[in-house]
Ligand binder design. Structure first.
Ligand code: CMP
Length: 143
């Protein structure tokens, strides 16, 4: 079974979209395996987005992620990485379809409500980084 990391970003939390996001994932049939509300340190956000460190928007992105609490989650399901990204919609809300989370709730790429891992490798890395306490076990909850 597959796992993915999903984060509701500070704008999503401030706008009261936590329940909406979780509801959409649950109604799709995905299983919530980890959940916490946290404020992350600058160095932690920089590590999470290390692949983007050469981008001109990197500092703004880090400032945004540390600007308020985020909701960190682990979701399980068959093909959950692709399924979650379909629910989330394209990175740029101007291109994300209506019916997706970004398509319905975001207008600008720098305030796009939610993040989801893009590959199996990144999902493993991000889950290990955000849930280091050993609370996520890799045995499946699904038949
Ligand atoms: P996320 O899915 O978290 O992955 C990387 C993030 O970088 C992305 O969502 C956006 O929040 C941000 N991002 C990507 N491209 C741009 C851009 N051109 N300008 C500002 N932020 C961006």
């Amino acid at each position: 079974m597959e796992f993915t990391f999903v984060m509701i970003k500070p704008d999503g939390v401030q706008r009261g979209l936590i329940g909406e996001v979780i509801g959409r994932f649950e109604k799709k049939g995905l299983v919530l395996r980890g959940l916490k509300v946290i404020n992350v340190e600058r160095s932690f956000a920089e590590t999470h987005y290390a692949d983007l460190s050469a981008k001109r928007f990197f500092n703004d992105l880090v400032d945004y992620i540390i600007s308020g609490p985020v909701v960190a989650m682990v979701w399980e399901g068959r093909g959950v990485i692709a399924t979650a990204r379909n629910l989330i919609g394209a990175t740029n809300p101007a291109e994300s379809a209506p019916g997706t989370i970004r398509g319905d709730y975001a207008v600008h790429i720098s305030r796009n409500v939610i993040h989801g891992s893009d590959t199996v490798e990144n999902a493993r890395k991000e889950i290990a980084m955000w849930f280091p306490e050993g609370t996520i076990t890799w045995n499946s909850c699904i038949d």
